[in-house]
Design a protein around this ligand. Sequence first.
Ligand code: CA
Ligand code: CA
Ligand code: CA
Ligand code: CA
Length: 248
Amino acid sequence: MASVEIIDAGQHAPTDLTLASAGIAEDSSAGTLVGLLSATDPDAGSSFLYVLVAGSGGNDVDNGLVEIIGNQLKVKAGALINFEANPFLNFNIQVTDNGSPALSFVKAVTVSVLNANEAPTGISIFIAAILENSAGGTVISSLSASDPDAGSLFSYALVPGSGGSDADNSLVEIVGSQLKIKAGALIDYETNPFLNLNIQVTDNGTSALSFTKAVTVNVLNINENPIDLAASSMRWWLGLMAMMPTMV
Ligand SMILES: [Ca+2]
Ligand SMILES: [Ca+2]
Ligand SMILES: [Ca+2]
Ligand SMILES: [Ca+2]
């Protein structure tokens, strides 16, 4: 009895597709490698062509951010990789073998976006006004900052500026997030109705980043009219005299 060897001469479609990726750092520039594609196919010696294809249910939602060159998935020109807005990227990819006829397999893959520290984008002062003659230690306002990264902690400092933006830095100090009048500083509306301060905020990222803003604080006039002072002195004396009988 002759043995019969069955040889499968038919072509088989690829059975799997893999994207090897350690994730993509946010803000990566165009051309950055996202990962390498490979495929599984029962047919020996196959070579493959990979393309991004429309999917369903959002599994292709980030196809527009990348392109495929050979077996490399790369960030496309103009794509914004933003962890805060989009921490996972969803691609739908088709692999086609070189059989005759060529056969395909489609798979949805997900890549993690890796958070990167981004610089603070703003400084806010809640109360941009201070009464003149306020004493050293008086709190002008607390400060806050905005930053794209969630849960950031900030430190603030007075820094040199240009064009007079730092002209009154020496009159104040920052303790924690509080902007205060410095001991010995004279806050005088008549000579200096605006305090020009140049403030820098630094975040607590691994590579800390900063943002600097020129801030103006209005000095509020109080009545220092000597005639009024004399009148109030008179009222004080009259009041004292009125109390005299009860004091003796
Ligand atoms: Ca095949
Ligand atoms: Ca971001
Ligand atoms: Ca970030
Ligand atoms: Ca940050």
